[in-house]
Ligand binder design. Structure first.
Ligand code: DGJ
Length: 693
């Protein structure tokens, strides 16, 4: 019997290869090294479950892999053929000796405590095999009282709705469909606390994320035994995959992080990893953005936009983003019924094109950004008139419209060229743009393409994601200096796979700051604040100061009609921008400490890596009746003296230096700050700086 340990920061997998060559799991959890050293000897290895059971290998558990082989055999038997450890990657090659199929279970570890795993399947048979279900990962966890936290409200504007539930016997499935923007239904992230409800700074916790820009499935199998088995992968529903002889199928990657001290440390580790590996330029600060969408929707002209650009500059914001509605020369994009696909400026709306806008932005020292939705087409467009066969659809019937639009079939080489060319042409025709918001506003329906043989049409679900990712990669390679935001009807594409080509995501079209506190909180389990776009809008009709404070706790921006602001509101926005410039390195690069989970109130802090600077945000969401103790920041240096500057963005005439207090780090962390708020939709920000004593 051979043992294999795959661990990162001490956490991970303990695996065994038994004498018959079966791969078994001896453990998955924190402190795996010591767990493996303490494995009792003399226990028959058969008592350990198979690590990657194929269909019919274990009659009582759902298979990790289900395949129909080329001769019609529906069962699979997997034996270890090779174990390769090269640097931080471990590949365990399993083969079926009767039906030649090579199934390599791959792991990658790194120094952030993050483990990635995926499965690579190569068809060594003479005919095609059909992959019905292929898990990227399917570990078994010791779990006395497992609690699952999952995210997603099932619809537009409800992303990141958080559910925490105890897992009871049976299988709990959290999955998503729709190919494009499936994350509107269910985000591809979860937390699992094996021994009770998850806590911020105590207890074992596991974060899981599937790095996949398509449909995902997490299934949590629980029996009366103190264990949970977690099945993670692309959603097999309707998506069997036909794999030709010699061809290889690679699953999406599943990302894991363990913590023995609650979800706080787990998030901080994940944030460091995301900045370093899962997003672009993760160590760089993001600009303060002004977007026109919530202020103007499709109704704007050059004058209105010039006014917004001037406001952007006056405010001290750094980038103006022109959203949907700027294009469609023959089929003007005056609403969402026409123009998609025709990426020429609508000169009737914007005489002289974007030039005057870009120039004004440049003169005022503001960067210029532009919205595109390159994968889509309105039937009411020149593109569709010229190429009605370029859309995703089935042979037997015409495709269905959704938001009046169709999805371009990026499996067709001409279409892929067109889509990547959209960005080339838009940037060439409109010099001076340095930021793109890439949107996608409908799900995939009628999945099918003439590029696939009739018996391979179901491959579409997976191939579409891969083709889309290739396009995203092409765009980033050709335009490495563009800052890119990923959006899909709001937060429909927030995943750790697609993010690698983007600098930030649009989390949701729900911008009511009360809802945003909850959403940003949920997303913060996995995503660092510098990738989470958060804009102040009028949604929810909340005070602008409150909206600013909430947006400032992520990547700050505005979606406001500045002309409609009162003088006081304008002052608040100015103050917010000034303060954000100061605290931005903390928010965007600091360590997050979640202090008070959102119910009536919420609070969080960002602390610099050296503990010398920090910013705390406190939000009063409703009129509070909850008893709340003082607000205790974490991560400070107990031996240092801190200057504590409270900021109330709404205060008149504004915060004064007399409010400044000095306190020891130890006192701040133990005794804390008194909760200062009682009115709903108010906020307080404290800026902490260590000073010599
Ligand atoms: C959906 C996005 O989430 C919005 O921010 C906006 O860009 C619209 N699409 C434009 O159609």
């Amino acid at each position: 019997m051979t043992s294999i340990v795959v661990s990162s920061g001490g956490a991970g997998y303990g695996l065994l290869v038994d004498d018959r060559g079966r791969l078994r799991q001896a453990g998955f959890g924190p402190e795996i090294d010591s767990h493996m050293q303490q494995l009792p000897t003399g226990i028959p290895p058969a008592l350990y479950p198979l690590a990657y059971p194929a269909y019919d290998e274990e009659p009582t558990r759902a298979p990790s892999l289900r395949v129909t082989h080329c001769d019609g055999t529906t069962t699979t038997r997997l034996f270890v053929e090779d174990v390769r450890v090269i640097g931080s990657e471990t590949d365990i090659v399993l083969v079926d000796p009767d039906c030649p199929l090579e199934v390599t279970v791959c792991f990658h570890t790194d120094n952030h405590g993050v483990i990635r795993q995926w499965v690579r399947i190569t068809n060594r048979q003479l005919g095609a095999v059909t992959l019905h279900e292929v898990a990227a990962a399917s570990p078994l966890l010791a779990a006395a009282s497992p609690h699952l936290t999952h995210f997603g409200g099932g619809d537009w504007s409800a992303e990141w709705t958080t559910t925490v539930e105890a897992l009871t016997p049976g299988t709990k499935v959290v999955d998503s469909r729709g190919g494009v923007q499936p994350h509107l239904q269910s985000c591809p992230f979860f937390l699992l606390a094996p021994n009770g409800r998850p806590a911020e700074s105590s207890g074992i916790a596991l974060a899981g994320a599937l790095a996949w820009g398509g449909n995902t499935r997490f299934a949590f199998e629980r029996t009366t035994a103190p264990t949970v088995r977690v099945w993670c992968g692309h959603n097999p529903a309707n998506a069997e995959y036909v794999l030709d002889p010699g061809a290889t199928f690679i699953t999406p990657e599943q990302v894991w992080v363990w913590s023995t001290e609650g979800v706080g440390p787990l998030s901080r580790r994940l944030h460091r990893w995301v900045r370093e590996h899962a997003t672009r330029d993760g160590d760089q600060l993001r600009p303060i953005v002004v977007n026109n969408w919530e202020a103007t929707s499709f109704s704007f002209d050059t004058e209105r936009l010039l006014g917004l650009i001037d406001h952007t500059a006056d405010l001290g914001a750094e980038l103006f983003l022109l959203d949907d509605g700027w294009f469609g020369d023959i089929h003007p994009r005056d609403d969402d019924t026409a123009g998609l696909g025709d990426w020429q400026v609508d000169e009737a709306k914007l005489p002289g094109g974007l030039g005057p806008l870009v120039r004004r932005a440049d003169q005022r020292g503001v960067r210029f950004g532009l919205w595109v939705e390159p994968e889509m087409v309105n039937p009411d467009s020149t593109l569709y008139t010229d190429h009605p066969d370029w859309v995703v659809g089935q042979q037997a019937r015409g495709p269905r419209r959704w938001r009046h639009q169709l999805v371009l079939d990026v499996l067709q080489p001409d279409v892929a060229d067109f889509v990547s060319g959209v960005v080339d042409r838009v940037l060439a025709a409109n010099p001076g743009i340095s930021y793109l918001k890439w949107d996608a506003n409908r799900p995939l329906t009628d999945p099918g393409s003439p590029t696939l043989k009739p018996d391979r049409q179901a491959n579409y679900w997976v191939d579409h994601v891969r083709a889309t990712w290739r396009l995203m990669e092409t765009v980033t390679e050709r335009h490495p200096d563009q800052t890119l935001m990923l959006c899909a009807s709001g937060g429909g594409r927030v995943d750790l796979g697609s993010l690698r080509w983007f600098h930030e995501v649009w989390l949701s079209d729900n911008t009511d700051p009360v809802a945003r506190v909850r959403m940003q909180w949920a997303a913060s389990y996995f995503l660092p604040a510098n990738v989470v776009g958060a804009h102040v809008t009028r949604e929810g009709d909340r005070p602008v100061a409150f909206g600013c404070a909430v947006a400032m706790s992520a990547r700050f921006g505005f979606d406001l009609d500045f002309a409609g602001l009162t003088e006081d509101e304008r002052t608040v926005c100015h103050r917010a921008v000034e303060l954000y410039r100061d605290i931005r390195p903390l928010v965007q690069q600091g360590e997050l400490w979640r202090l008070v989970p959102p119910s009536e109130r919420a609070a969080l802090a960002y602390v610099s890596a050296d503990g010398r600077r920090a910013v705390l945000f406190a939000f009063q969401l409703t009129s509070g009746t909850d008893e709340l103790g003082p607000l205790r920041p974490g991560g400070l240096d107990p031996d240092r003296m801190y200057e504590v500057v409270p900021v109330d963005l709404a205060a008149s005439p504004g915060p004064t230096r007399t409010d400044v207090d000095r306190q020891h780090g130890a006192a701040l962390m133990e005794e804390g700050l008194e909760w200062p708020l009682s009115e709903p939709c108010t906020a307080r920000i404290w800026v902490l700086r260590s000073v010599s004593q």
